[in-house]
Design a protein around this ligand. Structure first.
Ligand code: SF4
Ligand code: SF4
Length: 362
C-alpha cells in the first residue's frame, strides 16, 4: 500500500478534494462534553472538524443503513396500483471513520452483499461511499475506557477496507492508500513521499498505543469457544437477562448490528409507503409472530440470541466476519452493565468454573 505525508496544516485538504469531486462529506465534530457526532461538512463548519475526539455513539453505519428508510411507494390511480421503488445513490465520503466502525461496515457488507441475495438499497449507497479511516492514536481523546478493538483484532489501525487511512505522527500525518480511488488523490502536490523514518515512527506509535487499552477482553476467543459449543449455562443467560432493561440501546449504537423490521404506512387515501426501520433483539416485539405467539418472550432468550449471533463460530464462518468490532459502545450505553466486555467476562468466569478439572484426592 502506498504511503504519503501531509503537513498537519493541510490535513483537511483531503476533505476539500473529496468535496471538489462532488461528494457529500461527513466528518466528526465535537458537541458539549462527551457529545460528538458525524455531520455534513459545509463551508461554514469545515474548520471545526475534529480529528481526535471520542468516537460518536451514533455509528456512521447510518450513512449506509438509515435508521428509517422508504423502500417503495404504492399509489392507486384510476383503480390501478403502481409500486415505485425509492432508490438513493448518493456520492458520499466519511472522513474520520475509526477502525472499529470500518470493521462494522465490512460486516454489513458481508451480511447485505456477501451471500446469495444482495440488498439493492444497501448496494446503491455502498457503491459510491469513500472511506477515510483515522487511526486512534490520542489515548486521552480517541480511546474510551471500554474500547477493545485490540482484542477484536480490528484496530487501532485497520489493515483494509478503507480508501485512505490517516495516522497522526505529530507535526505530520501519514496517509496510506487502500484502493486505486484513494491513491488517485496522491496526484495533488500537497502530498509528499514518505521515508523509512516515517514508517518506523508509525510502527513505534502504534506499538505504544496498543499498550494503553484498559478493557481486558483477552477472554474473547475463549468465550467464542464456549458460546459455539453451547457450554454457556442457562443461569448465566438468566443473569444477563435479569440485568437487561430491554431498551435496545446496545443494538442501536452497534456498528455491526444488521436487524431491521418493515412497516407499511398510509400517506393519504390513494397512497402508502413501505419503510424499513432498525430493530433490536432486546425489544419484546422482535420475535413476536402474526397471531401474537412469541417464541422468545423471556428477555434472557433474546439476550442469549444477541451473543450467539455475535460470538458463535457458525455465524463468524458464514459471514467471514464477526458481528462485534470491539467499539465498546454497548458497554458505554447499557444501564445494566451487560455490554459485550462484561458479558464476555461473565461467560468466561461461569463456564470456566464448570469446566475446570480439579484433581481428586482418592
Ligand atoms: S443496552 Fe443494556 S439494558 Fe439496553 S437493551 Fe442492551 S443489554 Fe439491555
Ligand atoms: S457488540 Fe458492542 S462492542 Fe461489539 S461492535 Fe457492537 S456495540 Fe461495539
Amino acid at each position: 500500500m502506498k504511503a504519503r505525508i501531509l503537513d498537519r496544516a493541510n490535513v483537511l485538504k483531503i476533505v476539500d478534494l473529496l468535496r471538489e469531486q462532488g461528494r457529500e462529506v461527513f466528518a466528526p465534530f465535537g458537541g458539549r462534553g462527551r457529545d460528538t457526532f458525524f455531520d455534513l461538512v459545509t463551508n461554514d463548519n469545515r474548520d471545526q472538524i475534529e480529528i481526535h475526539l471520542p468516537n460518536p455513539y451514533y455509528p456512521p453505519k447510518r450513512f449506509l443503513l438509515p435508521h428509517i428508510e422508504r423502500l417503495f411507494r404504492i399509489q392507486r390511480t384510476n383503480g390501478l396500483i403502481q409500486i415505485e421503488p425509492t432508490y438513493r445513490e448518493p456520492r458520499r465520503a466519511i472522513f474520520g471513520i475509526r477502525s472499529c466502525d470500518l470493521a462494522g461496515i465490512w460486516h454489513l457488507d458481508r451480511f447485505y452483499l456477501g451471500r446469495e441475495y444482495r440488498d439493492v438499497y444497501y448496494e446503491k449507497r455502498r457503491r459510491n461511499l469513500f472511506l477515510v479511516n483515522v487511526v486512534c492514536t490520542d489515548v486521552e481523546r480517541d480511546i474510551d475506557d471500554d474500547c477493545f478493538c485490540v482484542c477484536a483484532d480490528t484496530g487501532p489501525a485497520a489493515r483494509d477496507h478503507f480508501d485512505l487511512q490517516l495516522m497522526d505522527l505529530g507535526d505530520e500525518f501519514m496517509v496510506v492508500a487502500g484502493t486505486p480511488e484513494g491513491e488517485a488523490l496522491f496526484a495533488d502536490p500537497v502530498f509528499r513521499k514518505a521515508s523509512p523514518n516515517h514508517v518506523e515512527k508509525r510502527r513505534a506509535i502504534l506499538s505504544a498505543v496498543r499498550k494503553r487499552f484498559k478493557v481486558a477482553t483477552s477472554w474473547f476467543s475463549a468465550t467464542v469457544r464456549y458460546v459455539s459449543l453451547g457450554k454457556v449455562m442457562e443461569k448465566t443467560w438468566e443473569e444477563v437477562g435479569n440485568r437487561c432493561l430491554e431498551c435496545g440501546g446496545c443494538s442501536y449504537v452497534c456498528p455491526a448490528c444488521t436487524c431491521f423490521t418493515v412497516s407499511d404506512r398510509q400517506l393519504g387515501t390513494q397512497e402508502a409507503e413501505r419503510v424499513r426501520i432498525w430493530d433490536a433483539c432486546a425489544l419484546g416485539g422482535f420475535t413476536r409472530m402474526a397471531g401474537g405467539h412469541n417464541p422468545r418472550k423471556a428477555v434472557h432468550d433474546r439476550r442469549n440470541r444477541r451473543f450467539f449471533r455475535k460470538l458463535a463460530h457458525h455465524f463468524i464462518q458464514r459471514e467471514l466476519s464477526m458481528a462485534c468490532a470491539g467499539c465498546g459502545r454497548c458497554a458505554e450505553v447499557c444501564h445494566g452493565d451487560v455490554g459485550m466486555p462484561s458479558v464476555v467476562e461473565m461467560i468466561r468466569r461461569a463456564s470456566a468454573e464448570v469446566d475446570k478439572h480439579e484433581p481428586v484426592s482418592h
